[in-house]
Design a protein around this ligand. Structure first.
Ligand code: FAD
Length: 336
């Protein structure tokens, strides 16, 4: 029986999505328990920069389908491209990051392989050579453990990537295998190009995050949060209502329908701590919450909590952060 774990490597055409190193880390852990190895699947119009980044991943192999017609994501082209990798690799397990892309690709591929699929999982484990997953049910009111039945391959989309220790992975760079792209004869929808918003920062790679929620009250108050983040050298992220209101781009949203982040410091400002948000940030190394409600759920996951009004408290913190000595800039501070 094949014990390979195939990982779908998501990218934006130039760089891998920030969660991919953690997807590989999780994949290696599962592959090691199965006695197999990981293969990263890269589909697109793959340039040097992206290939070099993929080669730094701790996979044993990188399987590539590269073609100019795959420059923009199109399910009707990406699906057959991935199928050619699947046919050759015949993996035991196929792991995706839970995203809008995998929500299309994973079920379509599982259907074609007549294989079981479990989406939106929080964890995947190997128990007595069986794959088990934990996933939320009833809008996260409860979690359930599911043991995958039937013949492999199994398809899983993962919404969370806990900070797993890297399982023993090969020290050598991965072998790269290229596959020729055979476009399907009939394509019903063809994209003529996608206009991207100029969003420079990938929050999933940030080491320090200041996240803002509905507690900020007014759009004009965002400036207070941005100044605080700037003083700390942190990246600004947000909860869903802030992205829905269009106050910050959706790429800044943390949570199950946004990004999963794992920074060294996560400062949640005016965020209630609903499970859909917490799922995207709970693995941060240090969580600090600022909320005016002492019973806010965010305090259950926070390491430190401050009960305060953001609008009056953050400017004080910003001023203190600006006065604090910056690493590498000596310890002198100006006295006014
Ligand atoms: C299918 C689905 C997917 C979802 N995906 C996501 C997701 O990816 N990400 C996400 O974030 N949400 C997601 N949500 C929405 C989620 O359920 C919550 O509604 C959302 O996270 C709440 O955002 P919030 O904490 O900013 O706002 P609220 O829940 O309104 O909380 C605001 C908080 O601010 C505090 N506050 C108010 N005024 C102040 C003040 N002056 N100073 C300090 N604190 C103050 C309040 O006490 C409160 O705790 C999803 C929901 C569904 C159903």
């Amino acid at each position: 029986m094949s014990s390979k774990v195939l990982l779908y490597l998501e990218h934006d055409g130039r760089k891998l999505q920030g969660e991919m190193t953690r997807l590989v880390s999780k994949g290696n852990e599962v592959a090691e328990a199965l006695g197999g190895f990981t293969i990263g699947a890269l589909v697109g119009d793959i340039g040097e920069e992206l290939l070099a980044e993929a080669r730094r991943l701790k996979c044993k192999e990188i399987a590539i389908v590269s073609d100019p017609s795959l420059r923009e994501y199109q399910p009707e082209l990406f699906r057959p491209a991935l199928e050619s990798i699947l046919d050759e690799a015949s993996p035991h397990l196929v792991l995706f990051r839970h995203s809008y892309v995998s929500a299309e690709l994973a079920p379509a591929l599982a259907y074609r392989c007549k294989a079981p699929i479990v989406s939106n999982c929080l964890e995947v484990e190997v128990k007595d050579s069986r794959i088990e997953v934990i996933r939320p049910y009833l809008r996260e009111l409860c979690w359930g453990r599911v043991s995958l039945q039937g013949e492999p391959p199994y398809f899983i989309t993962l919404q969370r990537f806990a900070a797993h220790k890297d399982a023993a992975a090969n020290d050598e760079p991965p072998r790269v295998k290229e596959f020729r792209f055979r476009p399907p004869s009939k394509v019903r929808i063809r994209s003529e190009g996608i206009t991207r918003r100029a969003e420079s920062e990938d929050i999933s790679k940030a080491e320090k995050i200041v996240a803002v929620g509905r507690g900020i009250g007014e759009r004009t108050n965002l400036k207070i949060v941005e100044e605080f983040a700037e003083a700390l050298g942190a990246t600004v992220a947000c909860s869903r209502p802030i992205a829905d209101l269009g106050w910050l781009p959706v790429e800044r949203q943390v949570g199950i329908s946004g990004k999963t982040v794992c920074p060294k410091v996560y400062i949640a400002c005016g965020i209630s701590g609903e499970s859909q948000h917490v799922a995207g940030m709970k693995d941060s190394s240090l969580i600090i919450a600022i909320n005016s409600d002492p019973r806010a759920r965010i305090f259950r996951v926070a390491h430190y909590g401050v009960v305060a009004d953001l609008v009056s408290f953050l400017p004080v913190l910003t001023a203190a952060a600006r006065r604090a000595p910056q690493p590498g800039k000596g310890t002198e501070s100006k006295k006014g």
